[in-house]
Design a binder for this molecule. Structure first.
Ligand code: DQA
Length: 144
């Protein structure tokens, strides 16, 4: 099983970026924890600050990946293009959306996710552990 883990803008700064909201774990720490939780799953980890790059990566998943875990970061609230890309492959490559923070407890502009409707489900509010929950849920989903 091959899963693509995508992280959007500014998530490369995890660890030092507003740790009171996002926690102290870096993206590399989260990656290590996911690999330890599911050593049998092939995980490909990528981060980009570019919406276009994320859209291209999603569009290329068909036939190569079995699922996507995505934290679209700020693009969650703005990107119809990302939503369309996820929908375009959803029949073959199911996605789960993850957020470190509970966006519903934050500013109103963060309450709406444009991308969530293209995903099987959404996990938020558990900081880095949410990625592990998303991985467990996605493996379960793929295995039917
Ligand atoms: C985030 C929440 C977004 O609102 C924010 O723009 C992020 C991170 C999260 O993981 O909590 O960059 O996706």
């Amino acid at each position: 099983m091959k899963i693509l883990v995508l992280n959007g803008p500014n998530l490369n700064l995890l660890g030092t970026r507003e740790p009171e909201i996002y926690g102290h774990e870096t993206l590399a720490d989260i990656e290590d924890a996911m690999r330890a939780d599911h050593p049998q799953v092939e995980l490909e980890f990528r981060q980009s600050n570019s919406e276009a790059e994320l859209i291209t990566w999603i569009g290329d998943t068909r036939g190569t990946y079995d699922g996507i875990i995505i934290n679209p970061a700020a693009l969650t609230h703005t990107s119809l293009g990302l939503c369309d890309a996820l929908k375009a492959v959803a029949d073959a490559v199911p996605a789960i959306e993850v957020h470190l923070s509970n966006t519903h407890k934050r500013e109103e502009i963060r309450h709406k996710s444009i991308t969530a409707s293209a995903c099987v489900g959404q996990i938020m509010g558990f900081q880095g552990f949410g990625y592990i929950l998303a991985l467990r849920a996605l493996v379960n989903q793929i295995n039917g």
